[in-house]
Design a protein around this ligand. Structure first.
Ligand SMILES: C[S@@+](CC[C@H](N)C(=O)[O-])C[C@H]1O[C@@H](n2cnc3c(N)ncnc32)[C@H](O)[C@@H]1O
Length: 198
């Protein structure tokens, strides 16, 4: 099935993967998710590996997925991302920004924190709820920690970036357009965005 999908609309030169796509599916990308109900192009638990050849993929994008992994699952998946990426390939990751949450906490700004999935009254409860999304998130990242785990998996040239800005995606790419929707007006930005090359 995957071979069928790959050969329909994705040349070997421009394979772009969206890991943990959820319902946010990008046209022209292979949208991968472990939840069948989100109707991904590829229904896959990515902790089991990525079914692509070495050096086959141009871009891997992942928005608000890596924080759902346990620490022990993180490096194997990043190593797998590096394996499938071309030499000139790139990885872009967005995760909740621990440093921004700490700044908002220290400012005593309850409105900064998301009320999803539970709308706590206390600042501590709101911090917990936002950073761990109830009990759905397993890891919290600041820039230095995310850069450390990426470097440990073999990635180089790790750069922090901003929503809608990229060194390798064009500004009209749906991935960047989607980033500018939602809670993009908050200061500091709740999202940590990093790009790295393989
Ligand atoms: C918070 S959602 C993010 C969805 C989308 N990227 C977005 O930004 O709106 C996290 C997604 O990761 C998926 N996911 C969680 N663990 C996964 C795994 N091991 N393999 C593949 N997908 C997984 C979930 O099904 C869910 O759709």
């Amino acid at each position: 099935m995957y071979r069928h999908r790959l050969l329909n609309g994705h040349s070997r030169q421009d394979i772009k993967l969206n890991l943990g796509s959820g319902t946010t599916r990008f046209p022209g990308w292979i949208n991968i998710d472990g939840n069948f109900l989100h109707r991904p192009d590829m229904w896959l638990d990515v902790r089991r590996g990525l079914p692509f050849r070495d050096d086959a993929v141009k871009v891997i994008y992942s928005c608000h997925f890596f924080e759902h992994l346990y620490l022990g699952e993180l490096k194997p998946l990043l190593v797998e991302c590096k394996r499938v990426l071309r030499g000139d390939g790139a990885l872009r990751i967005a995760v909740p920004n621990l440093r921004s949450a700490i700044v908002a906490y220290q400012k005593g700004d309850p409105a900064w924190f998301s009320p999803f999935p539970k709308d706590f009254l206390s600042l501590g409860g709101r911090f917990f709820n936002d950073m761990l999304c109830g009990d759905q998130h397993r890891i919290m990242f600041d820039l230095e920690f995310l850069a450390e785990v990426l470097a440990d998996a073999g990635f180089r040239e790790i750069h922090e970036t901003r929503r809608g800005e990229s060194r390798f995606l064009s500004s009209d790419d749906e991935a960047l357009i989607q980033e500018l929707a939602g809670d993009s007006g908050k200061v500091p930005d709740p999202w940590l965005l990093v790009e790295t090359t393989s």
